[in-house]
Design a protein around this ligand. Structure first.
Ligand SMILES: Nc1nc2c(ncn2[C@@H]2O[C@H](COP(=O)(O)OP(=O)(O)OP(=O)(O)O)[C@@H](O)[C@H]2O)c(=O)[nH]1
Ligand SMILES: [Mg+2]
Length: 451
């Protein structure tokens, strides 16, 4: 970490300006050695300085150089940013000069990694930097902001503080056993506290679903037998003739995708091949893909034909989606009713005539209700949203439940302390109080160069 790193921080290509970032002990000296203008070692911190980047006496580019001294910088190290004329040749030449004058090329995410290792941000905040860069919707941006400004970290810190209290309760009992009755400590003090902790963790896990929805959207698979109107539904939702619609069963062979937004949340809609037994090799591959999509989807829209009786195939399909978020769409209500709907829960049924654009709003309302999208739309999104943290939290919840069982089985109180401390440490991995190099390398390698 003692070396000085540099990278082009703006996207590679032709642009009005490119920014090359330099961070580390020698950053000011190195840039100064290739800069014609004021002596950068003598300028004020957080100043912008006009001049030229030079290769010996040859002027390479007319630039603005920001000098920011430690510790008030992103990495907390001395940092210099060179604003060059955008464009591949001048930018690369400046980078090359930095590299030949003592800088090392930064690895992806290395500036952010240094910010983390130098204690400027925690791991959740570091992860949010990448979310911020990838944010495409207003909500995704807000979600990343709340993680970046520490609101999400606070949720985890509070849990850990609660645990410290529990540990100190136990310690009082272990250190001064004459003061308290062990049973009183465990049953009257610890049990409600541990229960409270469990409920808080559960709530964060539950709400993290909202975070995942904001970040990844809702993967919505349209499933059903051939010819029921699946592709018609996709086209209607997208307001575009994206998929081919015909009255021939087996029209859609491959997956057709599109995206809409409901209450600011992206809905990734996937039209699939109608599911039926078939000898046609192309169609049967499509059918396999449809079945696979059921597994991947966050929401399954099972489309049925109002004009056809219930089949065994539909019953089988229904049982494969029952455990998921699903909506039963009874299409073609402009035709005579032949299907028995008592087989399905009535609150999951939406009747439509997609051909006549009937029922579309009801379907959207149902989706809003199912995923609580009105709440997500209006609420300040302070949710955990990355898979790594959610997995840790789920493990902690499991461990807490084990502790509850141990208490019931009258496990000695000092054993409990060890278990609780382990969970406390585990939770600390979420915001990086504890980490290992492998995790950091894996995490930051997904970052952009220059970030
Ligand atoms: N009467 C009526 N016909 C409809 C309705 N919706 C779709 N159709 C017709 O049903 C036929 C099949 O529609 P598609 O959207 O291609 O059905 P699909 O489920 O995608 O069919 P496959 O791709 O073969 O699995 C077409 O002729 C549509 O015009 C509706 O609400 N009422
Ligand atoms: Mg189709």
């Amino acid at each position: 970490m003692n070396d000085t790193i540099c990278a082009i921080s703006t996207s590679q290509g032709v642009g009005a300006i490119a920014i090359i970032r330099v961070s580390g002990q020698e950053s000011i000296n190195i840039v100064n050695s290739i800069f014609k203008g004021k002596d950068l070692t003598k300028v004020k911190s957080h100043s912008i300085n006009y001049g030229y980047i030079v290769d010996k006496d040859k002027e390479i580019d007319e630039v603005l150089v920001s000098v920011m001294k430690s510790p008030k910088t992103f990495t907390t190290e001395d940092t210099v940013e060179i604003n060059t004329h955008g464009g591949i040749a001048p930018t690369n030449k400046v980078l090359e000069l930095l590299l030949t004058n003592g800088c090392r090329l930064a690895e992806p995410g290395e500036f952010t990694k240094r910010a983390f290792l130098n204690g400027r941000i925690d791991l959740l905040e570091a992860e949010a930097v990448m979310d911020k860069i990838n944010a495409q919707t207003e909500k995704q941006n807000q979600l990343a902001n709340n993680q970046l400004n520490g609101k999400v970290s606070k949720l985890i810190d509070e849990l850990r503080n609660d645990m410290i209290q529990i540990i100190s309760n136990i310690n009082v009992n272990i250190d001064f056993p004459e003061y308290d009755d062990v049973d009183i400590i465990t049953n009257e003090i610890l049990v409600p506290k541990i229960n409270n902790l469990k409920e808080k963790i559960k709530k964060i896990i539950e709400e993290s679903k909202n975070g995942e929805i904001i970040k990844n959207g809702i993967v919505t698979a349209i499933i059903g037998e051939p010819n029921v109107g699946k592709s018609s539904l996709l086209n209607t939702l997208l307001n575009e003739e994206k998929a081919i619609v015909t009255d021939i069963a087996g029209t859609t062979r491959d997956i057709v995708e599109g995206q809409i937004s409901i209450n600011g949340i992206p809905l990734n809609i996937i039209d699939t091949a109608g599911i039926r037994k078939t000898d046609n090799i192309i169609e049967s591959i499509g059918v396999e893909k449809s079945k696979d999509m059921i597994k991947k989807a966050d929401l399954v829209l099972l489309v049925l034909n109002n004009n056809e009786a219930l089949t065994e195939e539909i019953k089988k399909l229904y049982s494969s989606i029952k455990e998921k978020n699903f909506i039963i769409i009874v299409n073609k209500i402009d035709l005579e009713n032949k299907i028995d709907l008592n087989y399905f829960p009535s609150d999951k049924i939406i009747k439509m005539s997609i051909k006549n654009k009937q029922g579309v709003d009801k379907l959207k309302d149902k989706i809003i209700e199912l995923f609580n999208l009105s709440k997500i739309e209006t609420e300040d999104p302070t949710y955990l949203s990355n898979t790594r943290s959610i997995a840790i939290l789920k493990n902690c919840l499991k461990s807490i439940e084990d502790i509850e069982k141990s208490i019931k089985n009258n496990i000695p109180i000092d054993m409990l302390e060890i278990d609780i401390k382990n969970i406390w440490e585990e939770l600390g991995k979420i915001n990086g109080k504890y980490y290992d190099e492998e995790l950091l390398d894996e995490m930051f390698s997904r970052f952009c160069l220059g970030k």
